[in-house]
Design a binder for this molecule. Structure first.
Ligand code: F6P
Length: 546
């Protein structure tokens, strides 16, 4: 039965109509227990979701919707290693990578924990070897810099988590990231490096991604052009890939090729050896704490009743806005400079997972699926796109994320940061009425001008937000936070009945990009090319040949 014909869905549609003209500020005035009712904590993360346009009745029907959609059996199927990524016939087992229990974790009846533990040991050994200087470059000099090359899930997770955990850096290595095939980036990064003290880490599950291959070839050419012998490539180039033979063929030492399995999706791969740049920056013990935080969230997600389950709650609130309030977008607002990349991380996680339009039998979905995800660090966004969230003619649910303390805290700054965060959620929820705006205008203003100006100043309020707080962003908490969003996306994918684990939408662009590249080099247009694309190629070729 399609989810939009279920009793829970119908009840929610009716409730959306019934409460269309209600305002959250009245609900807060009427019910002093509202914040206690709509708050939950787990794994050191507290979520106040009271500033959402939900009543207890709406919340109950959202939970019923999750039951109807089969969130619990789907969750079991994922953790049990079933091939839930059915279009690629693969299990989805990133949770095995952060498993710390004694029980086996089975994929196809085979316990994967021995290889997971072996991979962890290899990451630890290499991290230690670089930190202690026992792995040196070909001239005997200690490695000081790591250039990590990868894109998508082989870039965003490692880069953004490394950035987020800056206060935990061990300062043994400088870790740099390159993703874009735009040559400016790799040139800028390599220009400041010494080939004798640099290690290049190629992160590519497939080992076939064009951007990553080209950047690694450019790095290899730079290395050899410095006078390094071909044999030194094995000491200065390492890879993380599920295609080990391709890495060895590239010239890498098999001992410096870190394998990963098919059952780890790209955007869920930071927990595998793909996360090694994080370990190189923060040390293995901190990396393991990151894994343990995500394991704690896995355990919470697996065991907590749906109504107290943080990923389930966040997922269902998203469904409420997307399907019953016509919200097109969702904004993430980390109030912590080091977490500034988090919106971009969740953007890939969410949009590549749930930007889908077919149910398992191939028929089109009859309702909205994944929203547009965007955001930036607070308070910067307040002086920019928040205007539209406050006064625009649409609903953009927001997640405000704030550590209650930060390392080397400057109390004056942190209090201002927190006050802006909380003040924004209050302004979004309460708004400002016409009467309030009008009465604040100067007495000597003409009455008709007051009416006009007050109308422009009205803040409708009733704009939803979650406030997510934690004691501080240590590695454990960051692991839990990332897993919280992973499972939120999973819950929504189950409700929408889409496959959250493939990404066929990005494939056509890759194929056509290669055809265009051939045409740029050869001047031969492909038969399928439209006149606009042909004209662009010709224009580019003219500039190239000048
Ligand atoms: O283009 C999308 C994608 O397939 C992502 O899902 C993945 O994270 C990224 O490309 C990189 O892929 P790889 O690790 O194989 O280079």
């Amino acid at each position: 039965m399609p989810i939009n014909t279920s009793p829970a869905w119908n009840a929610l549609s009716q409730l959306a109509n019934k409460h269309a003209n209600d305002h959250m500020r009245d609900w807060f005035l009427a019910d002093p227990t509202r914040v206690a009712t709509f708050s939950e904590s787990a794994c050191g993360i507290h979520i106040d979701f009271s500033k959402n346009t939900i009543t207890q009745e709406i919340f109950n029907h959202l939970i019923e919707l999750a039951h109807t959609a089969g969130v619990e059996p789907a969750r079991r199927a994922m953790f049990n290693g079933e091939a839930i990524n059915f279009t690629e016939d693969r299990a989805v087992m990133h949770t095995a990578l952060r498993h710390f229990g004694d029980e086996p974790v089975l994929v196809d009846g085979h316990d994967v924990m021995p290889e997971v533990n072996a991979s962890r040991a290899k990451i630890k050994a290499f991290t230690d070897a670089l930190h202690t200087g026992s792995h040196t470059g070909y001239t005997g000099k200690v490695i000081t810099d790591v250039v990590s090359i990868g894109i998508g899930g082989s870039f965003l997770g490692p880069k953004i988590m490394t950035e987020a955990l800056k206060p935990y850096h061990q300062h043994k290595l400088n870790v740099h990231f390159v993703a874009n095939v735009d040559g400016c980036h790799i040139q800028d990064v390599l220009a400041l490096r010494d080939p004798e003290t640099t290690l290049v880490l190629m992160s590519s599950k497939s080992f076939g991604t064009q951007e990553t291959q080209q950047n690694t070839l450019t790095a290899k050419a730079w290395f050899l052009a410095s006078g390094a012998p071909q044999s030194a490539v094995a000491l200065h180039f390492a890879a993380i890939s599920s295609n080990v033979p391709a890495a060895v063929e590239f010239g890498m030492d098999p001992d410096l090729v870190f394998s990963m399995d098919d059952w780890v999706g790209g955007r869920y791969s930071l927990w595998s050896a793909i996360g090694m740049p994080i370990a190189l920056a923060i040390g293995y013990a901190n990396f393991e704490a990151l894994l343990k935080g995500s394991y704690a969230m896995d355990t919470h997600f697996k065991t907590a009743p749906l109504a107290q389950n943080l990923p389930v709650i966040l997922g269902l609130l998203g469904v409420w806005y997307r399907n019953f309030q016509d919200a097109q977008a969702h904004v993430l607002l980390p109030y912590y400079h080091y977490l500034r990349g988090f919106p971009a991380y969740v953007q890939q996680l969410d949009m590549e997972s749930n930007g889908k339009r077919n149910t398992p039998d191939g028929s089109p979905v009859e309702y909205a699926t994944g929203p547009v995800i965007f955001g930036s660090e607070g308070t910067n966004g307040q002086h920019s796109f928040h205007q539209l969230i406050h006064q625009g003619d649409t609903i953009i649910p927001a997640d405000f994320i704030l550590p209650l303390r930060v390392p080397q805290q400057n109390d004056a700054h942190h209090a201002m940061l927190a006050s802006n965060c909380f003040g924004q959620t209050q302004a979004l929820m309460q708004g400002k009425t016409f009467a309030q705006c009008r009465s604040a205008l100067p007495d000597d203003m003409a009455e008709s001008d007051k009416d006009v100006l007050a109308a422009h100043k009205v803040m409708p309020g009733n704009k939803p937000s979650n406030t997510i707080t934690f004691a501080q962003l240590d590695p454990f908490t960051l692991g839990a936070l990332v897993a919280l969003y992973e499972h939120k996306v999973f819950v929504q994918g189950v409700v929408w009945d889409v496959n959250s684990f493939d990404q066929w939408g990005v494939e056509l662009g890759k194929v056509l990009g290669n055809q265009v590249l051939d045409a740029i080099h050869s001047g031969q247009m492909h038969a399928d090319m439209d006149s606009s694309t042909q004209a662009l190629i010709s224009q580019f070729r003219e500039a190239l040949l000048k």
